[in-house]
Design a protein around this ligand. Structure first.
Ligand code: COA
Length: 369
């Protein structure tokens, strides 16, 4: 007879037990500081966080959490939840513990006015059973800088080891192709777009976040000053470089990027708006930001660089066209995106169909670039 299982919302005091449960299953060494950064956001007055713990005989046997994340659309910002820490001890599987944890979490999400839950997972069956839908799948866009880029990229995306000679051949061909494509790109007119590295979240972040959905429509992360500070500048897993673009002294976009230990760089996030100044176009802005990310990544020693493409949101489609113009190639390798709507009194804010949803690697949990 399986032991009876108690379910409850966690608090900061549960950090060690839950973090040990995670590290022992995945063989990782996530720190307590990283756990608190990821799950400690928005505790209630009594200290509970949107983190469900399943306990049997006092031992943690299951976890399911939400990271509160603000999204924004033309009607303004609203709270959503990123599904995270989906884990049931192997000995306790097959008893629908996941569904039961989500029942507790959904009630907490409603209390917190979280309007929409989303995540990325290989365990799609479990999420479908728990009432989620799968409107999209992540995919990659990739550019090789060196001959070992493909091998590094395989390592980065956790896919099976390839055949060394094929990887090298592919990388050489891809890096040659990308160099040729970049060679044909029209030179950026000097000084039309200037780029500057940011050491802290800019005061104009909220304005660009609203202007972005105002111009491109749909929904995306609310890239507020508070969000950028948490997700990028205070990230204990690794702080990406953040470079902003200006036309004159007017901010028109930024890019966040970083390189992992496997020498694969990633564009974590990129937004741009039309400068409406002279003949400078939003393509000029995107190209300037891409050049910065590619040049600085190469200077960091990256073998290649990748980005996500998840939907045909107007800006996502434009960005992919610019990436292709720089010699990047698309690769249909990724995970299912799962979403679940939480209708509060019938007023749904769910950004489905996906071509209204601009999704980047900033939507990941932030433990890698
Ligand atoms: C996902 C999980 C919490 C569900 O636990 P549960 O409620 O006990 O349900 P089960 O273990 O019976 O899994 C339910 C279904 O999800 C599938 N599934 C679970 N983990 C999976 C994974 N990593 N990849 C693919 N499928 C997975 C199971 O095969 C099962 O499919 P079925 O219904 O076709 O038989 C548990 O399986 C688990 O901890 N998996 C490993 C960790 C994981 O992959 N988490 C998701 C990371 S985003």
């Amino acid at each position: 007879m399986p032991p009876s299982v108690e379910m409850r919302l966690g608090t900061a005091d549960d950090a060690r037990a839950c973090n040990d449960f995670h590290n022992s299953y995945y063989g990782t060494s996530r720190t307590l500081a990283q756990w608190h950064w990821e799950f400690g956001r928005g505790p209630t007055d009594n200290g509970t966080i949107p983190f469900v713990i399943a306990l049997a005989d006092g031992r943690v046997v299951g976890t399911q959490a939400l990271i509160p994340i603000e999204l924004v659309d033309s009607r303004g910002a609203y709270w959503s939840g990123k599904s995270e820490e989906t884990l049931v001890a192997e000995s306790m599987r097959g008893q629908h513990l996941f569904d039961r944890m989500y029942d507790v979490l959904l009630a907490e999400a409603q209390r917190r006015d979280i309007r929409f839950i989303w995540g990325f997972t290989p365990a799609s069956h479990a999420f479908l059973r728990a009432g989620f839908v799968i409107p999209a799948r992540t995919s990659q866009v990739f550019c090789c800088f060196t001959n070992d880029a493909a091998k590094q990229f395989r390592l980065a995306s956790g896919s099976a080891r390839g055949h060394r000679s094929i990887d090298t051949l592919a990388s050489s061909a891809l890096s040659l192709y990308s160099a040729v494509r970049r060679g044909f790109k029209p030179r950026l007119r000097k000084g039309v777009v200037s780029c500057t590295g940011l050491s802290e979240p800019p005061s104009w972040a909220d304005t660009i976040s609203h202007d972005f959905v105002g111009e491109w429509g749909g929904t995306s992360l609310h890239r507020s000053k508070e969000y950028l500070d948490w997700r990028f500048f205070s990230n204990p897993f690794g702080r990406p470089a953040v470079v902003a673009a200006f036309v004159g002294d007017h901010p028109v976009g930024w890019v966040a990027f970083g390189m992992g230990e496997d020498r694969t760089a990633s564009i974590v996030d990129l937004v741009a708006v039309s400068p409406n100044r002279g003949a400078v176009t939003v393509d000029d802005v995107i190209d300037a930001l891409l050049r910065e990310a590619m040049n600085q990544s190469r200077d960091m020693g990256a073998a290649g660089i990748r980005a996500w493409h998840v939907s045909n949101h107007p800006f996502a489609s434009k960005l992919r066209r610019r990436l292709h113009a720089f010699g990047w190639v698309s690769l249909s390798r990724g995970f299912d995106m799962v979403v679940r709507e939480i209708a509060a009194d019938g007023d749904t804010r769910t950004p489905v169909p996906m071509n209204q949803f601009y999704v980047t690697r900033a939507f990941t949990e932030g433990s890698s670039f």
